[in-house]
Ligand binder design. Structure first.
Ligand code: FE2
Length: 341
């Protein structure tokens, strides 16, 4: 009886950018990449936001059991792993440092390459892998990031971005300012909204910003909500519609400018149904294919880091020397896309 073919490559990926400690495993068999494990352990949201020191303590505490869970999911032993990939940045310094130190220790123990991965590039690559896309225009939207990217040569270039805060962080801070828990609560309230209120609409070319919108909501609508002359549900609905319209308009402008035929939305905020609906409509009108990764891969996870690590290793240009230190402000342009033909 023929024996099943073993994988050509097996790479473990460690994600520790923010609230999630993720450990994933990706494999390559022939020309096919697949993800065989995606174990995550997330710090729950609180009204006070996250304390970096506590995130680091959490990631260190759950590291061993999350690695064990990933190995069990993929039915592999630690000695089957041929490289360790980790998130180099961007992210919260304390949290990144735990992932880096753990990844470095494991790679030294196993005597395998250590592969640094940009968090946003991993979101893009796992989205392309899942949606079967080749060369999309990318809208990358998460807590700390809001960028529009396009591949030029062997680098992703940022051609539009937020000039102040990431859209997810804006929604979280707005939520707390109005007595809600977080961005998810804003979306729940938005579903009960009926009236579209007038709000500032800040877009400059393909760049956007959100702080002015927040300040306007606080100054103009907070007193009205307290007096009950405006419903919080209507404000949340209006914020949702305004912010997602801004992002969709910037993406449409970038799509026409770059001349791409595919649009990929990735990052935690790309889980949002209303944003995906707006982007899908815009893509239909422009005869472009639209895709977004599933929630499992749009949320922070180690599988996407493992996938990029496997691609790097398969390209034969994986480096385990040079500057690997975590970089809180790492830009997408810093990562060479070595695995593209
Ligand atoms: Fe992320």
């Amino acid at each position: 009886m023929a024996q099943p073919r073993t994988a050509d490559l097996i790479v473990m990926g460690i994600e520790s950018t923010a609230h999630t400690l993720g450990v994933g495993i990706a494999e390559k068999k022939g020309n096919t990449f697949r993800i065989t494990a995606n174990a995550v352990d997330k710090v729950p949201h609180t009204r006070k936001g996250f304390v970096p020191r506590l995130l680091a303590e959490h990631h260190a505490r759950v590291f061993k059991k999350t690695v064990a869970k990933a190995l069990s999911e993929s039915r592999k032993g630690i000695k089957d792993v041929q490289a360790i990939a980790f998130t180099q940045g961007p992210g919260i310094g304390n949290a990144l440092k735990v992932g880096y130190t753990a990844a470095k220790s494991l790679s030294q123990f196993l005597d395998v390459p250590l592969l640094p991965v940009h968090h946003g590039i991993a979101h893009i690559e796992v989205g392309k892998w899942e949606c079967g896309m080749k060369d999309p225009l990318v809208l990358y939207v998460s807590g700390g990031n809001t960028q529009i990217l396009v591949l030029e040569g062997k680098r992703y270039r940022v051609i539009g971005e937020t000039l102040d805060v990431g859209v997810g962080n804006f929604l979280d801070v707005f939520a707390r300012d109005f007595g809600l828990d977080n961005a998810v609560d804003v979306m729940h309230y938005a579903k009960k909204g009926e009236t579209l209120l007038e709000l500032p609409y800040a877009i400059k070319g393909m760049n956007v910003n959100f702080t002015g919108l927040h300040n306007y909501c606080s100054a103009h609508y907070k007193p009205k909500i307290e007096k009950k002359t405006v419903r919080l549900e209507d404000l949340c609905f209006s914020v949702q519609e305004t912010v997602f319209a801004i992002l969709t308009e910037a993406t449409e402008r970038a799509l026409l400018h770059a001349g791409k035929r595919e649009v990929l939305a990735c990052g935690g905020v790309a889980c949002n149904v209303r944003l995906k609906e707006m982007l899908a409509t815009m893509c239909r009108e422009n005869h472009a294919k639209f895709g977004a990764a599933s929630g499992e891969y749009n949320r922070d996870n180690g599988a996407m880091i493992a996938l990029v690590g496997a691609k790097m290793l398969s390209a034969g240009k994986a480096r385990s020397t040079g500057n690997m230190e975590p970089n809180q402000r790492m830009r997408p342009e810093a990562q060479e896309i070595t695995w593209l033909k």
